[in-house]
Design a protein around this ligand. Structure first.
Ligand code: ARG
Length: 461
């Protein structure tokens, strides 16, 4: 079996059906530059332990560099009979430096420690790129908040009008979870900062190689602590998939609001033409497809995580071939976010808000009823009673078709003598918002402080 990594103990080559099932080059070929970087570092570890002389090390590393250039140029491809990226690259190396030198590289390592290292390298690179994209989205939200620092809107719970809030406050409420996602990626990074290389198949190497040499060259802070854990665990891959799914969920929740705001009935936003789509039959249509795709892809990202967790559940130590199934879900998660995030950020950055419409709707639905109760509390009425009185006022207004500030002083007094015309002073959206000035509240002063804290958190990343 020409070019296979195993075969010595086999009388027959693999059946074609097995070859087809076993092959992973169609998805792991993208790990080739990481595999080659690992091989270069491993060659140095072999040389340090005396298994390669200086000239062999130089020729080996030059050959690996040459393979990387060919891979980058797109003219290094796996052959159909190659099982995985590791085998394909060994075959290519043998062709490059000859079987004598090329055959020395595999000493003291296994595909099991290689692949565990490569997936970390891949996720570290893409994690950095995704964090940068999420940060751009946070900045787009912050910019929209800055551009609408005194716009008001109906704040909702249960999708019902609840209390008026500043639009900036609401937009920043979508920024914070994304900041935490970036922080999650950074925290994950610290755990993923150990190199499994040198763990061998599961038990480590008997050749006296120093895994710290490989770890340092690959940019890890050091080698893993336990060779069995290093080759068998994929919790770091699953954790990355969780963070990707959480980013998807955070985008999806904002997406759902944008879809809602963009309906004719709500009409809070207009989407930029460049970030919306038309219909093939209805000429008038302008659809929020980016937001819908974000909502849809959140399901896909959750599926990637769920599939991976299900693969891991019940696997005995150490390496099992099931672990090959770890890659496609996270590759999919990475590719999904790397395509979705730039489009989503463009949509958010170019959203136009109809602030007049939002201001018109902000006081509707008796959203200032809590302000009536709070006013009564300031007059010395216990909140329990104040809540009852304010509720009675709402019921009255609903019955006669008035807003809370519209009944006469006599009608107020008929509801409760403690309810006087002076309550009208707090029955404005601006007054209601300005009164919520505690830390984290929706008053302009509190939102300005929050906005400054957001910059501090971003600066610390
Ligand atoms: N391609 C495998 C993976 O992705 C690594 C190869 C290990 N194969 C083996 N038979 N031990 O996990």
């Amino acid at each position: 079996n020409e070019g296979s990594l195993w075969g010595g103990r086999f009388a027959d080559g693999p059946s074609p059906e097995l070859v087809r099932l076993s092959r992973s080059t169609h998805f792991d070929w993208q790990l080739a530059p990481y595999d080659l970087a690992g091989s270069r570092a491993h060659a140095s570890a072999l040389a340090a332990a005396g298994y390669l002389d200086a000239d062999e090390l130089r020729r080996m590393r030059d050959a690996l560099d040459a393979l990387e250039s060919r891979w980058r140029a797109g003219d290094l491809q796996p052959r159909p009979e190659d099982e995985d990226v590791h085998g394909a690259l060994e075959t290519a190396l043998l062709a490059e430096v000859g079987p004598e030198l090329g055959g020395k590289l595999r000493a003291g390592r296994s595909r099991n420690d290689q692949i565990a290292t490569l997936i970390r390298m891949y996720l570290r690179d893409h994690g950095r790129a995704i964090a940068a994209e999420v940060r751009r989205l946070v900045e787009a939200l912050a910019q929209q908040a800055d551009g609408h620092s005194d716009a008001v809107m109906p704040g909702r719970t249960h999708l019902q009008h609840a209390q008026p809030v500043l639009l900036a406050h609401h937009l920043l409420a979508h920024a914070w979870p994304l900041v935490r996602d970036i922080e999650r990626l950074r925290d994950w990074w610290a755990r993923a900062d150990r190199s499994p290389y040198g763990s061998g198949a599961l038990a480590g190497s008997s050749l006296g190689l120093d895994p710290a040499i490989v770890a340092a060259e690959l940019g890890f802070s050091g080698p893993t602590e336990n060779s069995i854990d290093a080759t068998a665990s994929r919790d770091l891959v699953a954790e990355f998939a969780y963070i990707a799914a959480q980013i998807g969920i955070d985008l999806s929740r904002l997406a759902e609001e944008i879809i809602f705001w963009n309906t004719r009935e709500v009409a809070f936003v207009t989407l930029h033409d460049g970030y919306s789509t038309g219909s093939s039959i209805m000429p008038q249509k302008k659809n929020p497809d980016i937001a819908e795709l974000a909502r849809g892809k959140a399901g896909r990202l959750i599926g990637d995580l769920t599939g991976l967790l299900t693969t891991l559940k019940g696997l005995p130590l150490a390496y099992n071939r099931d672990l090959q199934e770890d890659k496609e879900p996270v590759f999919d998660a990475v590719e999904t976010l790397e395509v979705l995030l730039p489009a989503f950020t463009g949509m958010v950055a170019t959203l136009r808000f109809d602030t007049a419409r939002m201001a018109e709707l902000a006081p509707q639905g008796f959203s200032l009823a809590t302000d009536v109760a709070d006013w009564l509390v300031r007059q010395g009425v216990p909140f329990r009673e104040a809540h009852e009185i304010s509720g009675a006022l709402v019921a009255h207004c609903e019955r006669v078709g008035l807003e809370l500030h519209e009944p006469s002083d006599a009608d107020y007094a008929a509801i409760d003598p403690r309810l006087t015309g002076e309550v009208r002073a707090v029955l404005t959206v601006e007054g209601s918002i300005a009164s919520r000035s505690g830390a984290g509240g929706t008053a302009a002063v509190a939102v300005a402080a929050q906005r400054a804290h957001l910059d501090e958190r971003l600066a610390a990343l």
